[in-house]
Structures are given as structure tokens and as C-alpha cells.
Design a protein around this ligand. Structure first.
Ligand code: GTP
Ligand code: MG
Ligand code: ZN
Length: 288
């Protein structure tokens, strides 16, 4: 039987086979070969022994959250509690690019934020690099119609720090999902990690993945790789004078020219400089 892993708990996988859920462990052999079936994997189950014996090739794989075969990343950030962070958004977008996954941004808790200037500034910034931004309230249901349409026939992964409203968004889309919702902690400045496991929920011909929140995302990229994967930078690849331009100190840099012309958002570039500072060179200076 062929199916898709929808969750994992204590070493037992739940697999959706044409709408019926089977629970099965994975064959011991996988462990010896260093293969770990992931939520999202398409697998073959031996129907006699109820054991996963094959994992089919993946189209994508994320380390964090551990999930396979998603084709869309929906970055969730709240407009308040926790505060919106550009740096985090650009980090997640870079992470999506590294993994060759399309990403969109959903801003939650618009009912709590009356700084309309902030909202339009965020929208403008991401529009400039061709990233769609949706604004919703899971409480008043504002903006949900457009967001609902994003999910059909996709395997979408919600990603974002604890307390931003990932599980609440899923409940707002369909209350029958009954996802447990946590509390925002003022002291911690984030949620209290309500969702502990990755779970795939069937929706409109696809799946929505609810995931545990995290904010300390380590990209583990060299400076050279960051310059390649950073949102909006791929188009400059051939336009800078130096083919391995890091867009920092180099002359005749297309990125810096675009910023001067107001065509690439300064705030995105500031976040880039910060992330670049935190990463190391792949090649030594004389090799570059
Ligand atoms: N006012 C308002 N509150 C919201 C909204 N979305 C979520 N919340 C609240 O934010 C808190 C956290 O929501 P969750 O849905 O648990 O957040 P999460 O992203 O799933 O968090 P983790 O599972 O910990 O990663 C809860 O108190 C929700 O009621 C919203 O749009 N407006
Ligand atoms: Mg949650
Ligand atoms: Zn450059």
C-alpha cells in the first residue's frame, strides 16, 4: 500500500492511504542506512506486517521543521505579540530559497496592530522583491478568504516562531481541525511552544503542515552562499562586475546600484549585511 506519512509519535508513523490512517513503525534497515522517514514522505507499507518498507524519492526536504515534499512555505509572522521582525522574515525567505521552495508571507493579528504605516511598509518591502504578503486576523477572520485559496492542491508548510498564530490560522481556516492553541507570554516575548510535533492536515486536495515554532534558525551558509540565496539577489548574479560579488565592499555592484536607485529595499539589504557578518567565508581572500 502506498500512502503519505502525516505524523510521527514515539517512533510510530501515521500514514494516510486513500483517506484511511494506518499506524506503522519503519523497518529497522532504514536506521542502519541512516534513512529516517519524515512527515510528508510517500511510503510503501507492507500490509501483512504493517511496517514501512520503502521511502519514495523526495522532491524537497527541510531539516527544521523535519518535513519532506512540501511545495510551498508560508512564513507566519504576527504584527504584534510577538512583534514583526524583518530579520526573521528574511532569514526564513533565504531558507526557502536554499531549499528551492516557493515562499509567501502571512501577517497575523492585524486586529491588534493599528499602525497602518508599518503594515504598508512591510507590504511594499516584500513587493519589491516579488514576495506576496497576506494580512489576516485569526480572531476577526479578516483577510482569510484570500489565504484559504493559497492551500488547494499544495503541500504547504506553516513556519514561524512560537505564538504567531500558526495553529490559530489553521483553526480559522477550518474549525474542525481543532488544533491546540497556546498563550503568548509577555515575559518571554513569544509563545510557550504549544505545538510540539509536525502534522500534515488534509485540505482541498493538498495538505497543510502545522509545525512547532522556532526563531533561532541557523542557516549555516557561507558568505558566498548567502550572496546567492538571499531574497531578490539571484537576478544580480550576472550583473555585478565581479562574478563572485558579495555586494558589500565591491565596486560596480548591481545590488548597491539598485539600492541607490530605490529599486531594492534598504531594509532588506541591512538585514543581509547583518546575516553576512554572522557567517564566514568559504574561500580565503586570495582564492576569491
Ligand atoms: N488577537 C489575535 N490573537 C491571535 C491571532 N492569532 C493567534 N492569536 C493568539 O496568539 C496566541 C498563540 O497562538 P497559536 O496559534 O498557539 O500560535 P502558534 O504559532 O501555533 O504557536 P506554537 O504552536 O507555540 O508554535 C494565542 O493566544 C492565540 O489566541 C490573531 O489573529 N489575533
Ligand atoms: Mg501551534
Ligand atoms: Zn554585487
Amino acid at each position: 500500500m502506498r500512502g503519505r506519512i502525516v505524523s510521527l509519535s514515539c517512533g510510530i508513523y501515521s500514514i494516510n492511504v486513500d483517506g484511511v490512517i494506518y499506524n506503522a513503525p519503519a523497518r529497522g534497515l532504514f536506521r542502519n542506512r541512516g534513512i529516517k522517514p519524515l512527515v510528508g514522505d510517500e511510503v510503501e507499507i507492507d500490509s501483512n506486517n504493517l511496517i514501512i518498507n520503502t521511502v519514495y524519492n523526495r522532491t524537497s526536504e527541510l531539516k527544521r521543521p523535519p518535513i519532506a515534499n512540501i511545495d510551498q512555505m508560508l512564513i507566519i509572522e504576527s504584527l504584534k505579540e510577538p512583534e514583526f521582525s524583518y530579520l526573521l522574515a528574511f532569514k526564513y525567505l533565504t531558507y526557502a530559497n536554499m531549499n528551492n521552495i516557493k515562499a509567501k508571507i502571512i501577517l497575523t493579528k492585524v486586529d491588534k496592530q493599528d499602525d497602518l504605516k508599518l503594515i504598508s511598509e512591510i507590504k511594499e518591502t516584500f513587493k519589491a522583491i516579488d514576495i506576496e504578503v497576506y494580512v489576516v486576523s485569526n480572531k476577526t477572520k479578516e483577510g482569510l478568504k484570500e489565504v484559504r485559496e493559497l492551500f488547494s492542491n499544495h503541500i504547504s508548510c506553516l513556519i514561524g516562531q512560537s505564538g504567531v498564530g500558526k495553529s490559530s490560522l489553521i483553526n480559522a481556516i477550518d474549525k474542525d481541525f481543532e488544533r491546540k492553541v497556546g498563550e503568548y507570554s509577555k515575559a518571554l516575548g513569544r509563545g510557550k511552544h504549544q505545538t510540539k510535533e509536525v502534522i500534515l492536515l488534509p485540505y482541498e486536495g493538498g495538505y497543510i503542515a502545522d509545525t512547532p515554532g522556532f526563531s533561532s534558525l541557523e542557516l549555516n551558509l557561507y558568505k558566498e552562499e548567502l550572496a546567492e540565496f538571499y531574497p531578490g539577489f539571484s537576478e544580480f548574479f550576472t550583473k555585478c562586475y565581479y562574478s563572485n560579488c558579495l555586494h558589500i565592499t565591491e565596486n560596480k555592484c548591481a545590488v548597491k546600484e539598485r539600492i541607490e536607485q530605490g529599486l531594492y529595499p534598504k531594509i532588506a539589504y541591512d538585514c543581509y549585511l547583518k546575516l553576512s557578518e554572522e557567517s564566514i567565508y568559504k574561500l580565503r581572500r586570495f582564492e576569491r
